[in-house]
Design a protein around this ligand. Structure first.
Ligand SMILES: [Fe+2]
Length: 360
């Protein structure tokens, strides 16, 4: 199929482009076919709950071996990877994918879902993050072979050469979001999380009916009238927080750091790896910041969790750090403030930085 708005495959099932009306309820698969697929899955897929990777492998392998259920549905598209949802329940979703030479997914995870795919025709190559998170492994999968993986799996799947390939994929819980990664010398660095409207890269066809697609459609209809009257916007919240802070530009921060203040870096590790670090900064994740710095907290860092601690919170650009500093002031650290402009302003001012090191 080309990029035309619609086409028919050999089974006569109308396929529509994603920017049109999309696949209709039933996802373009005739009801009789859906019933036949559901019958095969009946003994393999519980109506609710999370499937283990081995159960998902049974699903993908079982369907891949039953060509009569999907072979006449496949559309070969040289431009984009084609896909068709075959089944969806509260516990898992199942997809049919077609691959042509040169097509691949880029590095991605599955938003916390476990998964499996079985090669039904042709050959696929999977690169994946190995044990320990640093080593990249590679495996070549031929027709009849399947892999299964848990929620932490990160991989890049590609057409493996030769003729067209076809595969069956299953995920549990059903896919809702995926994060894409860039391969670097430090390993895989997360770069973007996207809502999912299709499997394995979301760049094929089909995809109506995912839970997040439904949520997005619902959210598009919301207006500010639906919010409580006294709820501040994020801009108002930020302005309010800044009203109570004497924020420091990088040069001023550098001066007070030499006089006993502490720079606390709250950026996520992926950002530190990409941007670099400030020598001497204390790294405390935003998600644990208050628990580390509240003098009453059992998880506090004793040397820093003091009412008079001169904490300067740093993020990348100086927005999240403001809210974090305001939160610290609320729990009693009355000297807390943040770095105006964040790491990026610090670096632009020519102040000391260094490459970040992986934390393992
Ligand atoms: Fe994947």
């Amino acid at each position: 199929m080309s990029t035309a708005t619609s086409a028919q495959n050999s089974a006569g099932v109308q396929q529509q482009a994603p920017n049109g009306s999309g696949l209709q309820p039933g996802w373009g698969v005739a009801p009789e076919r859906q019933q036949a697929i559901a019958k095969v899955l009946g003994g393999l897929v519980p109506p609710a709950g999370r499937l283990a990777p081995a159960q998902l492998r049974a699903v993908t392998s079982g369907l891949a071996a039953r060509r009569g259920l999907w072979a006449d549905l496949v559309v070969r598209d040289p431009d984009v990877r084609w896909y068709l949802p075959l089944h969806r329940s509260n516990s898992c979703d199942v997809w049919l994918l077609a691959w042509e030479r040169g097509q691949d997914t880029d590095w991605h995870d599955h938003g916390g879902s476990s998964g499996s795919f079985a090669v039904a025709e042709g050959c696929l190559v999977e690169q994946y993050r190995g044990a320990g998170g640093r080593r990249i492994a590679r495996r070549r999968l031929l027709a009849g072979e399947a892999v299964a993986f848990g929620p932490a799996h990160v991989h890049d799947v590609a057409h493996g050469g030769g003729g067209s390939a076809t595969s069956i994929h299953a995920y549990s819980p059903p896919l809702m979001a995926m994060t894409y990664y860039t391969a670097t010398d430090y390993g895989l660095i997360a770069k973007q999380t996207v809502a999912v409207d299709g499997p394995e890269g979301a760049r094929g066809r089909g995809g109506a009916g995912t839970a997040l697609a439904a949520a997005s459609a619902s959210a598009a209809g919301l207006t500010s009238d639906a919010l409580p009257a006294d709820a501040p916007s994020i801009d108002e919240l930020l302005a309010e927080a800044r009203g109570g802070l004497a924020r420091l530009r990088p040069e001023a921060a550098f001066a007070v750091l030499t006089d006993g203040a502490v720079l606390v870096d709250i950026r996520p590790s992926e950002q530190r790896m990409t941007e670099g670090e400030v020598p001497g900064a204390i790294i405390i994740g935003r998600n644990v910041l208050e628990w580390r710095l509240d003098p009453r907290s059992e998880a506090r860092i004793p040397a820093l969790a003091r009412p008079d601690a001169r904490i300067i919170v740093m993020c990348s650009e100086g927005y999240a750090s403001t809210l974090a500093a305001a939160s610290l002031r609320r729990i009693g650290l009355h000297e807390a403030t943040d770095l105006d402009g964040g790491f990026q302003a610090w670096q632009a001012a020519g102040l000391p930085t260094r490459p970040a090191h992986p934390s393992g």
